[in-house]
Design a protein around this ligand. Sequence first.
Ligand code: SAH
Ligand code: SF4
Length: 357
Amino acid sequence: MKAFKNIKSLNLEELKTWLKSFEEKPYRAEQIQNWLFVNQVRSTAEMVNLPASILSKLDESFYLHSLSESQKHTSTDGTIKWLFKTHDSFYIETVMIPTNGRYSVCVSTQVGCAMGCTFCRTAKMGFLRNLEAGEILEQIIRVNWHLEDSNSLSREGLAAKVTNIIFMGMGEPLNNLDNVHRTCSILHQQKLFNMGKKRMTISTSGIVPKIKELVDRNTPCCLAVSLNSSNNQQRSSVMPVNDVWPIEALLEATDEYTRRTGNYVTFEFVLIKNITCTKEAAKELVRICAPRRCKVNAIALNDGDNNSLQTPSEIEIEAFLEIVRAAKIQITMRTPRGRDIFAACGQLAHKQGKESC
Ligand code: SAH
Ligand code: SF4
């Protein structure tokens, strides 16, 4: 078996060190990154300004691509969901959501997830492994290939490209912060993907020390926090993470984030019938949000394979929103995308996670 490393996981310095190990010039590292992240090549044969000696070393030491397309489903609303197989036969999902000329990609950061939220299908898989930066970047590149192949044109008439990245696929991004930070840094570089901070959002279930680390590392991204419930008892009943870092600790971390970065936090809020979507819960949410600079992104529960949790009715949702809006809290109701192909929030999962031999 090939010594594993996806070439796209390496940063510029690491590429230079690798080249130096067989006495190649450091400037080749920029050329390699240019092929990988600007031209987004599909084979080493396209990397025409690199000598055969480097290309054969590259083939020996790394995977150029380590994901293969296993399935692809297109929703009636244009959302596309891919099932990719990793080099070691794990399965991950990636979702592309087109909206008014923008193409957002929801990437997976782990195979499965360890956090055990009761409303989420990914939780059922358990945690299988972290994804490397190269595997996260490859999901975005694969979507760009799709846009190129399907001749999608942007408003300017140029070939469309992914415009926004949301780290909201399978997994808890902050439990894989090294690789997620590395991914964001490569995406943010002007000479590579040139993806602005505001176009990348990391969503976390609330790993408090890692929120602090995100600030310390100055990871170029926005932060969304899955608050999902505004009182500890309820939150703990659906999100076990709340037993470790309850709402007070979480808010202290998000307040520090806002103070130190100048950016507000988006609170995600899953509306579950009789649990998080009640008038009392709306009032508690107001108490949390009123003194803070924040936004709330509410979403009605998607079928998460848990029969004891139900989606609220339109009337219940409206009653909830009315209370929050009356308090002048900025709240948007997220329209579910790709529900028909199980691509919506909380619906990403693979039966086994790993192919059995
Ligand atoms: N692990 C991270 C990111 C992936 S989950 C996190 O939890 O934030 C992405 C979002 O989907 C989270 O806000 C989560 O609360 C939401 N979600 C999970 N299951 C859902 C479901 N069944 N219906 C609606 N949203 C769900
Ligand atoms: Fe993991 Fe997020 Fe699903 Fe919770 S909601 S189990 S943290 S992926």
